[in-house]
Design a protein around this ligand. Sequence first.
Ligand code: AHR
Length: 336
Amino acid sequence: MANKKRMLGLIGFVGAGALALGLSGCAGGGDAGNDTGDGGSGDELTTVGFVAVGPEGGWRDANEQAIKDAFTQEAGFDLKYAPAASPTDQKSQLDAFATFVNDEVDVILLTATEASGWEDSLDLAQEAEIPVILLDRGVDASDDLYVTRIAPDNVNVAGTVGEWAVETFPEGANYFTLEGVPGLSVVNERNEGFDAAIEGKDGWNKIGAQTANWTADEGKSVIETVLKENPDLQFIFAQNDEMGIGAAAAVTAAGLTPGTDVKIATIDGTTPALEALAAGELSFVAQYNPFFGDLAVQAVNDALAGEEVEKTIIVEGETFNSPEAAQAAIEEGKGF
Ligand code: AHR
């Protein structure tokens, strides 16, 4: 329930904003979010509205489960999970966000399916004195409108891919980039980090870049076409594991050997990617650590206590650069 101070603030806001909220409706009708608890009274629990992406791939599954595992009733939370209608559907997220404001949750967690289009929603939450915490993805809005963004440093993670590539190809390489869903902060940040690492290095020839929408199927089909037109392709930077695994399948289908004829580097660190690295199908995997439920709980508690919270909270990870390292990581349970 909203605190008394905010309740007083809300009365005016909900009156004024109700029309707008009525127009926006709710995600899938009724209250947004599925209680992940047993429906306790809620008076003593902190209500958390989680505007999520939903089923998308291995990384997303691990990250959203980590949030659910952290925001339990035992930990004092009533987590209302609201996945998007699809991983690229922003409207269902905007509707869920508005419903959470209208329902007077105590805090909103947001992993955005798109970087733009969030200003009005964030303004609504601010007027209602509901703190918003970004998970993983950034948004194109003033950072005055949210408490913090919790994520690995995408620029740095992609930079480790570029640094590995420069070491692996001292003469440079003909390369192609498989990008995630266009317009996302993480896509732009990963390009920035990789490009910075190879900047000024001789011999780096970018054949092209294309989105494969984070999926293996699209990664395979894009690289099948690229290989037909560019038989001298040497390296693929896949911005996530699924696209990299799809690219490896395309290399094999073309009668080539992934890891030898064409090297592939990916970001995330899922178990399938570590297995592919152990098998030599991938050559480098940079972990994009999904396990930051504890950091999110701390940020929520600090924000609600009125304490200072860093605008950016970086989640550390590691890299895997050989079959032996991948096998060891699997055995140590570092996959997901
Ligand atoms: O925003 C993080 C990215 O989204 C992950 O790297 C990718 O696997 C997911 O789809």
